[in-house]
Structures are given as structure tokens and as C-alpha cells.
Design a protein around this ligand. Structure first.
Ligand SMILES: Nc1ncnc2c1ncn2[C@@H]1O[C@H](COP(=O)(O)OP(=O)(O)OP(=O)(O)O)[C@@H](O)[C@H]1O
Length: 248
């Protein structure tokens, strides 16, 4: 029976889950260079996948391609049968430097909840969840870097995404702000939200990862469970990276 027939029969109104994710032969060229070069990847439901790799490996571009912001030259991104752009609305992407509205912290969240037809009463709850309850009326531009990042995370959570993609969300934050972000993301993961987390911070990857996708020169050098990847990485680039050697 097709999904449509099931819906019409009233058997299931719920949309099909976005996982598993299947990426096949993903290729993207920019400026004449293949920056993603034949990515094959399969991610199952649940957990936090950390995407690691040296500078320029293609981590950010991969995240954007998965989110449907970039159209590949070849290959396919299939979220359980749904192509990337059509799946975007059920995902949220948090950038390293979030773009916020020139309004208060509370208004930033209210805007998203209103646009999504969500419960606007959640503004206070969301601010409280990310430790910004006392900054509700503060203009977003006056928040510190860590506070802005937490507001961006609250804004992403306000959309109740099935999949949360984070591109180095703590890159410029101090240890306390970093741990605050990690705690919020881990809670979301524990509630069943699927997390994809880009970082080149090995310590953070160890704290967050259920599995690790290690990228090198636009290719997946290795994809392994975290408890296997960190003690016994199987690829030379990952071994070098974890040992602190420069990976080119
Ligand atoms: N718009 C663009 N035009 C041409 N090349 C680009 C463009 N955007 C990114 N690149 C190149 O693609 C490669 C991968 O970039 P990407 O930002 O995905 O790397 P990354 O792994 O996220 O690196 P970092 O850890 O430094 O953030 C880099 O060599 C980068 O210079």
C-alpha cells in the first residue's frame, strides 16, 4: 500500500520519518575543483553523528548539501526517499556565525514560532531551556557570542526539527559556553532528535559522537562507531588527525 493510500485510509497521518539518510555518489565542484568527490554515506535513525576532518575537507559543504542548500553536480541525497530540498523544512541548520533578526531575543523566537504556526507561549520555555530567560528583552545584537549561539539553537529547536545540523556551533566559544551548547544538543538527541554535528575539536567529538564520519579532501575516509573510531581509526588521515599531525 502506498503512503498516500495509507493516509487516505486514515491508517497513518504522520509523515514518513526522514531517516535513514542515504547519500550516493555525491559530487560537487566549485571554482573548477571537486570539493565533494563521490560521497557515499548511510545514516540510520537516532543518535549524534559527528563529521570531522581537517580544514577544507568539505564538512560545511557536505552539511549544506544534506540540508538542500547546495545542488550537487552528481549523486543523490535521499532522506528516506525524499530528496534533499523537499526534506529541508523538517530540519534545522545552525551555522557557526548565526544570523539573527535585529530584534530582542524573545522576538527572534516569537518570529519563528509564528511563522511555523507554533505555540507562541513557548518563547519563555525555550529561552529558559537555553539559559537566556533573563535576556528576553535584550536585542540579539547585544548578546555575547555564546548567548547568540544559544539563541540560534533555541530558534532551531523552536521548529521541532527531526534532524538538527550544527556547523561548528561552538568554534569561538569559551569552555563553559561550549559545554552549555553540548548539553542542550545532547538533551535533544536523548529526546530522539537526529543530530549531525560538524567539529574539528577532537575532545568535543569524543564527548558528542555516537558515530564519526571522517572527511578528507572531499571524500569519506572513514565512517565508524565512536567507540571504534577513537581507539582504532582505520584510515591514515584519521590516524594522523587524532595524533595531532598535520593532515594535507
Ligand atoms: N564558494 C566556494 N567556491 C570555491 N571553493 C569553495 C567555496 N566554498 C568552499 N570552497 C572550498 O571547498 C573546500 C571545502 O570547504 P568547507 O567549507 O566545506 O571545508 P570545511 O571542512 O568545513 O573546513 P573548515 O574546517 O576550515 O571550516 C575548501 O577547500 C574550500 O576552499
Amino acid at each position: 500500500m502506498s503512503d498516500l493510500t495509507m493516509d487516505m485510509a486514515g491508517i497513518s497521518d504522520a509523515p514518513r520519518p526522514l531517516l535513514p539518510l542515504s547519500v550516493t555518489g555525491l559530487r560537487l565542484s566549485l571554482g573548477g575543483d571537486a570539493v565533494l568527490d563521490g560521497i557515499d554515506l548511510r545514516l540510520t535513525a537516532g543518535g549524534c553523528t559527528v563529521v570531522m576532518g581537517p580544514n577544507g575537507a568539505g564538512k560545511s559543504l557536505l552539511l549544506k548539501a544534506l540540508h538542500g542548500l547546495l545542488t550537487p553536480d552528481a549523486g543523490e541525497v535521499s532522506w528516506n526517499g525524499t530528496r534533499a530540498p523537499a526534506a529541508t523544512a523538517r530540519q534545522a541548520l545552525v551555522f557557526q556565525t548565526p544570523v539573527l533578526l535585529r530584534r530582542s531575543a524573545a522576538q527572534n523566537l516569537d518570529f519563528v514560532l509564528r511563522a511555523r504556526g507554533g505555540d507562541r507561549g513557548r518563547v519563555v520555555e525555550l529561552l529558559d531551556h537555553v539559559g537566556l530567560a533573563d535576556k528576553a528583552r535584550t536585542p540579539a545584537r547585544r548578546l555575547s557570542g555564546g548567548e547568540r549561539q544559544r539563541l540560534a539553537l533555541a530558534r532551531a529547536l523552536a521548529t521541532d526539527p527531526e534532524v538538527l545540523l550544527l556547523d561548528e556551533p561552538t568554534a569561538s566559544l569559551d569552555p563553559a559556553s561550549t559545554l552549555a551548547i553540548e548539553r542542550i544538543v545532547a538533551e535533544a538527541r536523548d529526546r530522539g532528535m537526529r543530530i549531525l554535528f560538524v567539529t574539528h575539536d577532537t575532545g568535543q567529538a569524543r564527548r558528542m559522537a555516537d558515530d564519526v564520519v571522517f572527511l578528507h579532501r572531499g571524500r569519506v575516509a572513514e565512517h565508524a562507531p565512536a567507540d571504534r573510531f577513537f581507539p582504532t581509526p582505520s584510515s591514515q588521515p584519521a590516524r594522523d588527525f587524532l595524533a595531532g599531525r598535520i593532515v594535507v
